[in-house]
Ligand binder design. Structure first.
Ligand SMILES: Cc1cc2nc3c(=O)[nH]c(=O)nc-3n(C[C@H](O)[C@H](O)[C@H](O)COP(=O)(O)OP(=O)(O)OC[C@H]3O[C@@H](n4cnc5c(N)ncnc54)[C@H](O)[C@@H]3O)c2cc1C
Length: 394
């Protein structure tokens, strides 16, 4: 055996898995090994783009609440352990029409979960956050625990904390084969191979190449782009005055974060991800249509920004058919845990997803992953052989 636990892919979730594994009672930290095809937190992964929104109000349904609540505890824990500022809690404001499709669902989910929120009627919203160009029917939900996460800092804080505890990192090494046997899991990269007691697959947009066929058929990498604009008065968009926001109207949508550099503001059209042929070949340039729509939306929604994109980029993430992650094992492969397919939403809950994956790897029940079991996709094929080999990376 080369170790007790291997983590494949040290991006968002893999870095958290490495860190949480070294904190788990009973795990020998010196026997935890992370493999990364490039370097941890490299900016061609879903870590790219500086920040991600953290929010406790979530319209994808109540099943995310346990992961969000746990992540809400674990991010500050990572900060306390490493002395790094990772989560800036500037609050979150979610804007839409009073009776539209967005806010009623958000309010209903928050009520169901007992998530503290504040409802801001139109005039109060206009007074508190004059940066938003409102329509007459607009009101908002305020999430006091929301904020933004510093992505690359988070990943490096977690991998360094794990390394200091004794974990090993194997960089520039893409695992191209996973072969589960009754008493261990063999990993191969080119001519090298390793054997571990258990493995967690956190390869993000690339995971499809390491999944058994029925799961591989249910996932696909998608291109997600981000755009940044210059603020006319940057102080109005500082974290103390401008919470993260999401806004969905009948005809337009936008989300973003306050300025982190005192100049630019991230403001991006919502829900615009598109299929990518390959996570390594995501088109980084925006089309003329994407540029025009983003600039027109910013001109209406955030008049304090100059409506010209000054920075844009695109990154891969792995989406599942139902846009819920894969968190768990499949029949016949109990030593290989999948924690992938976060479908454009996985950063905020990454440490909690990672912790749940570790619990599953060590044979413990993880109630917070109910509804995310990979078996929801394996039911459609007769079975997966215990010794099945993942498809080789091309
Ligand atoms: C533009 C954009 C905006 C987003 N906004 C938000 C947001 O505001 N809030 C939020 O919560 N979520 C958001 N998300 C989603 C979130 O960022 C992702 O769901 C999450 O980062 C995915 O993490 P991951 O660990 O699955 O993948 P990644 O972070 O991409 O990590 C995968 C890692 O695996 C490595 N790897 C791949 N193959 C192999 C291999 N064979 N062997 C070894 N290593 C390998 C890769 O090099 C990479 O480092 C956004 C995503 C994008 C792209």
């Amino acid at each position: 055996m080369d170790g007790e636990l291997a983590v494949i892919g040290l991006g968002t979730v893999g870095s958290m898995a490495l860190w949480r594994a070294t904190r788990r009672p009973g795990v020998r930290a010196g026997e935890v090994v992370g493999f990364e095809a490039r370097t941890p937190g490299h900016n061609r992964s879903a870590v790219g783009g500086d920040t991600r929104l953290f929010r406790m109000t979530y319209r994808r349904g109540p099943r995310y609440a346990p992961l969000l609540e746990r992540a809400n505890v674990l991010w500050p824990e990572l900060e306390a352990e490493t002395g790094q500022e990772i989560l800036t809690r500037c609050g979150g404001v979610y804007i839409g029409e009073r009776d539209g499709a967005y806010l009623p669902e958000l309010i209903a989910t928050a009520k169901e979960n007992g998530t503290p929120i504040e409802i801001l009627e139109h005039d109060e919203l206009a007074a508190r956050y004059p940066q938003h160009g409102l329509r007459p029917d607009d009101c908002a939900v305020f999430d006091p625990r929301a904020g933004f996460l510093r992505t690359d800092r988070a990943v490096l804080a977690a991998t360094e904390a794990a390394r200091e505890a004794g974990a090993s990192l194997v960089e520039d090494t893409a695992i191209d084969e996973i072969h589960e046997e009754p008493d261990g899991v063999v990993l191969r990269s080119g001519a090298s191979s390793w054997r571990f007691e258990r493995v967690i697959v956190t390869a993000g947009g690339w995971s499809g190449q390491l999944l058994p066929p029925p799961l591989a058929a249910a996932v696909h990498p998608r291109r997600n782009y981000l755009t940044w604009f210059v603020a006319r008065r940057p102080e109005e968009f500082a974290p103390e005055r401008f919470p993260v926001f999401g806004r969905i109207e009948r005809d337009r949508s936008l989300y973003g974060a306050p300025s982190t550099d005192g100049v630019t503001v991230k403001a991006t059209l919502d829900g615009r991800s598109q299929p990518a042929e390959d996570a390594d070949r995501v088109v980084r340039e925006l089309t003329d249509e994407e540029i025009t729509e983003a600039q027109e939306t910013v001109a209406e929604f955030l008049p304090g920004l100059i409506p010209r994109i000054v920075r844009a980029d695109a990154y891969p993430d792995l989406f599942t058919e139902d846009h819920a992650p894969l968190l768990g094992t499949v029949p016949g492969r109990s030593r290989t845990v999948f924690a992938t397919g976060f479908s454009g939403a996985g950063f905020k809950m990454a440490p909690a997803s990672a912790e749940a994956a570790i619990a599953i790897a060590f044979g413990e029940p993880a109630t917070e992953v109910t509804g995310f079991e990979p078996t929801r996709f394996t039911g459609r094929l007769p079975h997966i052989r215990a010794s099945s080999t993942a498809s080789r990376r091309s």
